[in-house]
Design a protein. Structure first.
Length: 650
């Protein structure tokens, strides 16, 4: 609400500037520039008079600003809808202060309340068909654990976090539609948001004006959209903070608003250039400082578009980064010089930009890391023991390796990686960096090239870590009744950190999760070898909440199979060929959770199933589709199904 109140103040200031400039305007105030175009819009009205672009008593500025108020109101409505979950997270001070700034805390061995766990072994039974082929599980010992707290000197009572569903019960039937994929990585809810946004902007473009003969209005549209482009695009996203969403989840709106600005600024600028060429006044007009600054702004916007294509981002990320930083800075200057009446918009853009830079500096740490190559997974394990706190499960950091071993410019590149370890653990921060390009290949090569002094201990290098970013927002996995993690390849990092965090909270009586399942898909069965001790440790530590880990490999083994036929003797950890059937796994988890709730005599009920996905976009899309296939009755039985996806990419 404070954002809307502030917008009215900005409107008053902008209106005063508009009036002051319109009385002294000259006909040369129309050019272009993204921000410049915005400026151009204001300049065109002040300079050219608007040619009856709006009805009497309603200026172009007022029309466009009212649309901005509507857009801000929509964002405020979304904030109110998400407010209950935000308030629920405030139940504990440590919960809402975590995930903000990386830090180092002295590690203390945790001691939990003593509890006795009783196991009962059931008869062997055939394994459910959860894969496309036969399973390598030779024995299936069904184990059921009962929690029987044993008080020794008093035991702290459980402090389960409050659970707030992301969707009210009566809206759950709409989730399938909202999560439906209209394109790879694009849901119907994304498309609906972009359509509403576009409609709100298209209306003022054609309302009471001749769009193709009087391009003034498009300058105003450019100016009004630029602050949104900056706000949606920053890593430390103000709008994301209000909504409890990571910057990567709303970056699609940054791209969409950017496309709107691109079209608006070119219609505005080229419209005036066309007029000047027809009247043979181009050289005279473009020599005016207001106009050539507008042209500079338009060039900045067009350059941003050209250097932001997927091809450039993948092949020359540093070029993309440099052009983004430099063009966005020049853009604000061009806007102000093109038309001073755009000062409020320039202030807004500069505020978002400078706040982001300040917070990035606050979130940056320089430390020594140890690099270890893991050939079976084709990745590099980065261990940073001096940073061991300040993040939540699912968050990522941006890593820069300050070493000449990364190549001539490798030290200047920054890459995002999901944190694979739990906060305040004995290992510190751990990252798993899969070989997927020249930079990660150089990192892997450097990890393999340890000196004789470092052999067996890994390669020590200086790194710069910035974060944490993204993650689950206001969602608390420990507030759900069950959790399933679906990972592909190096996407296992989400599950490793989240499962450790759940076990840690369960030992402290701070988790209501009754069932944890991990479904990991890899190309080769040997990928399980380096993580087998870790998975075994997880299963042994989680004495109160059963853990089930299902690993699937999609390629036929080359040479000797890495495990003997009778190696996997429990359903707690299985290895199977083929691809998993996610829908069946989700149904199994729901059945186990409801059964556990009934057998324990729990009258509180179930609190939903959390499904965390980390991997390729196609994997996330598939899980959303399979989650939508769950029968509505079963979905309500468990208390709703919530899917959170972290996908590979920039």
């Amino acid at each position: 609400m404070s954002v809307i109140a502030a917008s009215f103040v900005v409107r008053a200031v902008a209106g005063a500037n508009e009036a002051a400039n319109s009385t002294a305007g000259t006909g040369s105030g129309a050019s272009n520039g993204t921000a410049a175009a915005a400026a151009a819009g204001a300049g065109a009205v002040a300079a050219g008079g608007g040619a009856g672009a709006a009805p009497a008593g309603l200026s172009d500025f007022q029309i466009v600003w009212d649309i901005d108020i509507i857009l801000l109101s929509i964002i405020a409505l979304l904030f109110l809808l998400r407010l209950p979950r935000f308030l629920a997270r405030l139940y504990r001070f440590s919960e809402w202060t975590s995930g903000l700034v990386l830090r180092n805390r002295p590690y203390h061995t945790r001691t939990s309340a003593s509890r006795r766990v009783q196991f009962s072994v059931g008869n062997n039974s055939s394994m459910n068909d959860l894969s496309t082929d036969e399973s390598h599980v030779m024995y299936q010992d069904k184990m059921s654990a009962q929690r029987t707290p044993q008080v020794q000197g008093g035991i702290a009572s459980s402090a389960y976090p409050p659970h707030v569903s992301n969707c009210p019960t009566f809206f759950r039937p709409l989730l399938k539609l909202l999560h439906a994929r209209v394109n790879t990585g694009v849901s119907f809810s994304h498309m609906a948001m972009m359509i509403v946004w576009t409609g709100a902007v298209v209306f003022p473009a054609f309302y009471m004006t001749e769009a193709f003969t009087d391009p003034v209005r498009f300058g105003w549209i450019t100016a009004s959209q630029l602050p949104f482009v900056y706000a949606f695009g920053t890593k430390n996203n103000v709008l994301g903070m209000f909504l409890g969403i990571g910057y990567e989840k709303i970056n699609f709106m940054h791209r969409h608003a950017g496309r709107i600005v691109l079209i608006a600024v070119n219609v505005h600028g080229l419209g005036y250039i066309y007029k000047w060429c027809l009247s043979s006044d181009f050289q005279e007009e473009i020599a005016n400082p207001k106009c050539y600054w507008g042209l500079i702004g338009m060039i900045c916007i067009d350059g941003l578009f050209l250097f932001s294509t997927e091809f450039v981002r993948k092949k020359a990320y540093n070029l993309f980064l440099f052009t983004h930083v430099s063009a966005l800075a020049v853009l604000v200057i061009a806007m102000l010089n093109h038309f001073p009446g755009t000062l409020p918009w320039a202030y807004a853009c500069a505020a978002f930009y400078l706040l982001d830079l300040l917070l990035r500096l606050t979130k940056t740490r320089i430390s020594t890391a140890t690099l270890r190559a893991i050939p079976e997974l084709g990745l590099t394990r980065v261990e940073i023991p001096n940073i061991n706190s300040g993040w939540r499960a699912g968050q990522h950091v941006r890593l820069r390796v300050l070493s000449s071993g990364m190549g001539l410019l490798g030290w200047s590149e920054v890459h995002p990686f999901t944190i694979a370890s739990v906060a305040e653990g004995p290992e510190g921060m751990v990252l798993l960096c899969k070989k997927a390009g020249s930079w990660t290949n150089a990192l892997y090569k450097m990890a393999n090239s340890s000196s004789s002094d470092e052999e067996g201990n890994g390669r020590r290098v200086l790194v710069m870590v910035q974060g944490p970013y993204g993650g689950l927002g206001n969602c608390m996995i420990s507030s759900f009744s069950a959790a399933t993690f679906v990972c592909g390849g190096s996407g296992i990092t989400l599950a490793t950190s989240a499962m450790q965090e759940l076990i840690q909270k369960d030992l402290n009586g701070e988790s209501r999760v009754k069932s944890i399942e991990l479904i990991w898909t890899v190309q080769d069965a040997s990928a399980l070898v380096p993580l087998l001790p870790f998975f075994t440790s997880l299963i042994q530590q989680s004495v109160f909440t059963p853990i089930r880990i299902s690993v699937f490999y999609t390629r036929a083994p080359i040479g000797k199979f890495p495990f003997p036929d009778n190696f996997f003797r429990s359903t707690s950890l299985t290895l199977s060929p083929g691809r998993p059937k996610f829908h069946q796994h989700l149904e199994e988890t729901i059945t186990r959770t409801i059964g556990s709730n009934s057998s324990s005599g729990n009258s509180i009920g179930t609190h939903g199933l959390f499904v965390g996905v980390c991997g390729p976009v196609s994997l996330a899309d598939g899980v959303f589709v399979d989650a939508g296939k769950i029968d509505p009755y079963r979905r309500d039985q468990i208390g709703g199904v919530e899917v959170h996806a972290e996908t590979f990419g920039w």
